[in-house]
Design a protein around this ligand. Structure first.
Ligand code: UD1
Length: 430
């Protein structure tokens, strides 16, 4: 199993290209199930999670063509063409779904297009129980009959889905996306109240409009969809990854570096940038993207609470915590989206961090210097927080189980090495 070795305590300097957003690409790929015509997605990132979903879609009968790799080239970079002209299976098996929770996003499109879908329940995962009740209740409001049998969601809508008002009791990105897709092929009007406002949800909605759906209120918490009997093919460019952007902002900040993030957008990470500025990091917009630099001296501790967009994203909580480990003073980091999302804490403490967890909050008391150590990656964002800590630490850090990293960060060691980090991937047996 691959490991990553970092010899830390050197500032990053240079440029890093930001890829297409993983969490936008996943629902967009499942949207291909809504039409028999081809959906072309440009700016697709090459990641473990993307291949996992591609394998699931192929299993449903979708044909997938990957197009050229042009990191600095043409307008659209690499692209993928997905054609679901003949859906051969409406079952998403346990073996594929358990590898990635986002697989449940095939449920809405399959049900809306084929009138039935059987999708394995995703089950628990490292960061909590993560139920799918909101997805199911929403689909039932559209007239689906749903049964849970033998670990599977068995959903049927023999007469098609019918528009309705769905008020979500809590904000869910995945449930909003599943319902947006299902409602696009439902008869009549659907109103989603308390819908997720994440930029990835808005990106999906824009693609559905390009496919022929009528959607109002994109990017707000009240979205109205007028369904169509058929959707058609489209070409859509995926937004830049705001979580990758935020991660590299923090990587530059923790090392006291100066880095330009090419292709990054400011608006989706405005809350993060303002928080970082409060800690003593300068984030400015450039023609090509964003530039990040640390003001002179140590950072100062700032309190952070994760919230649905436009609040501070839970997917950057672990990285922010790594950043706060060497700040001056204390930082209270509160996680409100997922239970059990502090698995990085004991690993950061092994590197010399001073962190105490009390329920959903972690009190980080900054230390002058982290020290390298062998550590274990537990989930995607926790792993990258250990990379950040390793970049700042004195001495050598070896991160085990890096397959988590590859699920969501493309060529992370190459991007960091190009900015002067001493980082390398060690293959099996090293
Ligand atoms: C998505 C992102 C993930 C991010 C999360 C929150 C993708 C592929 N993943 O995950 O990276 O961390 O948004 O921004 O886009 N919940 C329920 N019932 C449900 C659905 C959700 O109780 O039916 C709860 C969850 O357990 C969690 C909260 O709602 O506590 C938010 O989850 P949700 O927004 O649905 O996250 P995902 O879509 O799974």
């Amino acid at each position: 199993m691959d490991k990553i070795r970092i010899r830390g305590n050197r500032p990053l300097a240079g440029t890093i290209a930001i890829g297409g957003a993983k969490n936008a690409a996943l629902p967009l790929m499942t949207a291909s199930l809504l039409t028999e015509e081809t959906l072309t997605l440009c700016n697709i990132p090459y990641l473990g999670d993307i291949s996992t979903l591609a394998n699931l879609l192929v299993q449903h009968g979708v044909s997938i063509k990957w197009k050229g790799y042009r990191p600095n080239g043409g307008q659209d970079g690499r692209a993928v063409e997905l054609t679901a002209d003949d859906i051969t299976s409406t079952t998403a098996p346990y073996d594929l779904v358990r590898r990635m929770r986002a697989s449940v996003l095939v449920l809405g499109p399959l049900l809306a297009r084929c009138g039935k879908a059987r999708v394995s329940l995703p089950g628990g995962c490292a960061i909590g129980t993560r139920p799918v009740d909101l997805h199911l209740k929403g689909l039932e409001r559209l007239g689906a009959e749903i049964e849970l049998t033998q670990g599977y969601i068995d959903a049927r809508a023999p007469k098609g889905l019918k528009g309705a008002e769905i008020a979500f009791p809590t904000v869910s990105v995945g449930a909003t996306e599943n319902l947006l897709m299902a409602a696009s092929l439902a008869e009549g009007e659907t109103v989603l109240v308390n819908a997720a406002r994440e930029p990835e949800v808005a990106d999906l909605a824009r693609c559905l409009v390009a496919m022929g759906a009528e959607i109002e209120g994109i990017g707000t918490d009240r979205v109205t969809i007028r369904g169509k009997p058929r959707l058609h093919g489209a070409k859509h460019r995926i937004i830049p990854d705001r979580i990758e952007t935020g991660t590299y902002l923090m990587a530059a900040a923790i090392t006291g570096g100066d880095v330009e993030l090419v292709g990054a957008d400011y608006e989706p990470i405005a809350t993060v940038a303002r928080t970082l500025e409060g800690a003593g990091v300068e984030v400015s917009q450039t023609e090509a993207g964003l530039r990040v630099r640390r003001h002179n001296g140590r950072l100062t501790g700032v309190d952070v609470m994760t919230e649905p967009f436009p609040g501070f994203p839970t997917d950057l909580q672990a990285q922010m915590m790594a950043l706060m480990t060497t700040a001056e003073g204390a930082a209270m980091i509160t996680e409100t989206i997922f239970e059990n999302r502090f698995m990085h804490v004991p690993e950061l403490c092994r590197m010399g961090a001073n962190i105490n967890v009390h329920g959903a909050s972690a009190m980080v008391r900054g230390v002058r210097q982290l020290t390298g150590a062998p550590v274990m990656a537990t989930d995607l964002r926790a792993s990258v927080s250990l990379v950040l800590a390793g970049l700042a630490a004195e001495g050598e850090t070896v991160i085990n189980r890096v397959y988590h990293l590859d699920r969501g960060y493309e060529r992370v060691e190459e991007k960091l090495a190009a900015c002067g980090a001493d980082i390398e991937r060690l293959g099996d047996g090293s």
